[in-house]
Unconditional design. Structure first.
Length: 409
């Protein structure tokens, strides 16, 4: 237990961390990788180059300072991050290394303001927070290993099939190389794949949502080809161009807390933008396999018809459900005659498409897409606790507060 003095000191730093947090975390990662370059085999280089990891860690450090006396408030965030850590094989021995360079970064950025008293208080607080993560992750490691078909860390899988879904999305069907069973997962979860790309110094890890219903003898991931000049494009282009049927890739057990809830009565609305369709198609196909009696609404936005993936699978799944409706729309003008909407999804469309205010809504797509959709869902009366969303990459802060206007759009 932390002393009241330590709690008071850490909480007093929250305003500074709110302002200086990203500067501190940027310094932290520079120190960390300079002294432990081997950790670049774990961390996502693309998220580093885009500043997303730094921002996410800054948000976490600020929240820890603000709620150090109410750590239970942080439990949802801890669990979300712990899933990521478990899927990347981050272990207890990594935490002291992180703590050391986080404290050094605080001292570097804050200078004389980072007194010995503040640094000692943060060292004590970090130890307490690290123990919470280690405890939660231990349970996750045990569950991943002991479930039927489970394993520790990474396991070899064979690419059993490769299927083009659209002009930018290709699916990979993965089966255990040892011929064993695959561990079950909950729709919405992801796996981490680990690849060594010729010419790259470090191993690269990427997390991809599982895009089929559970209960199969394979995992399916559906990967969008990103622009090669984009840092996140290295792995996706390697998968599209160089990984073929019969090749081996390493996979960690399914993880993640953005999952389809069991609720046999509430209407369910699944809203996907771009490659955010991948966890949604898993949820939809699962509902179809279960012959769910819920009212199900599936809304999919894509840039154009060539980039529209899974149209046939969506239609087939909806046909198996008693009360299901699918909508789609495109951004590009040349597809203006197709679909149920064009361009950005408007509040007027959501008001018509979402069955009722007691719908459970799942949203996945680019950050700006999610901001817009979540804000509009709130504006049409969906309560925040009924809206679930998933980031691809580190969790960021979304601006989703409803806009107070007189418009009824």
């Amino acid at each position: 237990m932390l002393s009241q003095k330590t709690i008071d000191i850490v909480k007093s730093t929250a305003p500074v961390l709110e302002v200086k947090g990203q500067e501190i975390t940027t310094a932290f990662y520079k120190l960390l990788f300079s002294n432990h370059p081997e950790l670049l085999n774990i961390f996502n280089h693309a998220n580093q180059s885009q500043g997303r990891q730094q921002t996410a860690l800054a948000n976490t450090v600020y929240a820890a300072a603000k709620y150090i006396d109410q750590l239970e408030v942080l439990v949802p965030a801890v669990k979300q991050i712990a899933h990521k850590h478990r899927s990347l094989a981050i272990k207890p021995e990594h935490y002291p290394i992180v703590g050391k360079y986080l404290l050094e970064a605080i001292k570097e950025v804050l200078g004389e303001a980072a007194t010995d008293e503040i640094i000692n208080a943060w060292a004590e607080a970090y130890g307490e927070i690290a123990n919470v993560f280690i405890s939660v992750e231990k349970a996750m490691y045990t569950e991943a290993e002991e479930q039927e078909g489970g394993w520790v860390d990474f396991k070899d899988f064979i690419v059993d099939d490769k299927k083009v879904e659209s002009s930018v999305i290709t699916s990979f069907y993965l089966k255990p190389k040892d011929g064993g069973k695959v561990a079950r997962f909950t729709p919405g979860q992801y796996i981490t794949i680990q690849v060594s790309i010729p010419g790259e110094k470090y191993i690269m890890n990427r997390q991809y949502s599982l895009s089929d219903a559970p209960g199969k003898d394979y995992y399916r991931i559906s990967v969008k080809r990103e622009a090669e000049c984009n840092p996140i494009g290295k792995v996706s282009n390697f998968l599209h161009d160089d990984v073929n049927v019969g090749d081996t890739i390493k996979v960690s057990a399914p993880a993640g807390d953005f999952v389809l809830e069991s609720n046999p009565h509430a209407p369910i609305t699944l809203i996907a933008g771009g490659v955010g369709v991948t966890p949604m198609i898993s949820m939809l196909k699962t509902l179809a396999d279960q012959k769910a009696e819920n009212t199900v609404t599936f809304i999919q936005a894509a840039k154009n018809s060539e980039m529209h993936a899974f149209m046939d699978e969506v239609s087939e799944a909806c046909s198996k459900l008693g009360d299901a409706t699918a909508y789609f729309g495109y951004d590009d003008d040349d597809d203006s005659s197709a679909g149920d909407f064009q361009g950005y999804i408007e509040k007027s469309f959501l008001r018509q498409a979402v069955p009722s205010s007691d719908s459970i809504c799942y949203v996945c797509g680019p950050a700006k897409f999610m901001e817009s959709i979540i804000r509009q869902l709130k504006e049409i009366g969906i309560s925040e606790d009924r809206i679930h969303y998933e980031f691809f990459g580190p969790a960021m802060t979304l601006n989703t507060e409803p806009v107070e206007t007189g418009a009824n759009n």
